[in-house]
Design a binder for this molecule. Sequence first.
Ligand code: SF4
Length: 413
Amino acid sequence: MNKYDSSIIKTMLSKEKFEEVTSPEDADFILLNTCAVREHAEKRVIGRLNSLKNIKTKKPDTIVGVIGCMAKDIHNLIHHPTVDFLAPPDSYRNLANWMKSEKKGLIPEVKDEEYNDIIIENKKIGAYLSITRGCDYFCSYCIVPYTRGKIRSRPPDDIIKEAESLSSGGVREITLLGQNINAYRYKGIDFPEILKRVASIGGIKRLSFLTSHPEDIPSNLFSVMANSDNITNYLHLPLQSGSDRILKRMNRRYALRDYIDIISKAHKLMPDLTLTTDLIVGFPGEEEDDYQKTLTAVKEIGFDQAYMFAYSKRKRTLANLFPDQVEEALKKARLQRLIEVQNRITEEKVKHLLGRKMEVLVVGDAKRGGKLGKNSSGRIIIIKGVAKIGSLYIVRINDINGRVPIGVIKKEV
Ligand code: SF4
């Protein structure tokens, strides 16, 4: 979402004649888009702000703005010696004028901001497109409802207009975004319907979405995914914990059984589904038995990949007040073990792809040579050989590097 917001800001600022430069030393304005979801992300921003002191010393006129969730969550940041202004997530419409007037302080937010009319400029093959902002769920560990406010769904016409503009500009892969995307609803139009409408736009070869909450999966979502050629059979469905007791304390609104039922339905309709998840270990009150339940769930479900974290205390959230916090060392040890277990599962899953042929969209250059592609299940594939970005190829997987499948081109589609 922050990457998407950076694109909104870039689009708005370029309309106001601001130009992007390649190094902070050359900039008159430096904007740091920030995430408040974990303490680690915040520490990195503080480190970055400290390192900008040198630039401010050499060029005292340089203006530094902290934008994004930290700007909303930590108003004290304005007292950091490097910071000139704070721009929280719903204030970007006022950003250009604020920068032109070189005002200091906190930029006021716009109520119920959706940035509906901003059509993002994108020159890449892949693009994000936000269809909802905010979240109403208040999971007990999560800062998002405090920093991004209540859920707002964008009007379908604006979404379609932006998707068409992306497609005619050369974008071939769109990822729809929302903190709880399945809760999208606008005057009777629900998430599967908007998904179908975007999928029907010519030129879009891959359409994915992030992030789903198990509570809100619409009954027809998986059939819409399965029956479309360009909607990827990819589902990122955060489980967070395998213990019902901890899920309840997290205020997640589902039990492990519900989660398993949902993914069984998804697998039935999409046998090639790529399933990824988020997991938190060391949540307050997590006993060894709860943790073992998470390990067991991970082994039984067999996620293709998981984003795993040690619980991070966030001020203002309910879990921050829970008295039975887990010791840091124990959290780290549990995380380490979980990562080892999941990595082995991911490796096994990838091994099963060896020898298989699949349709892959080339989305960019791979860091260490070759091209980066995505198959119809949203899985990253490295392609060896000459391939054109934006084209589809039939690729045969003949090798694995770490946990990434590597393929050779058989033919262009
Ligand atoms: S559903 Fe997601 S964004 Fe909303 S409160 Fe829960 S974790 Fe945060």
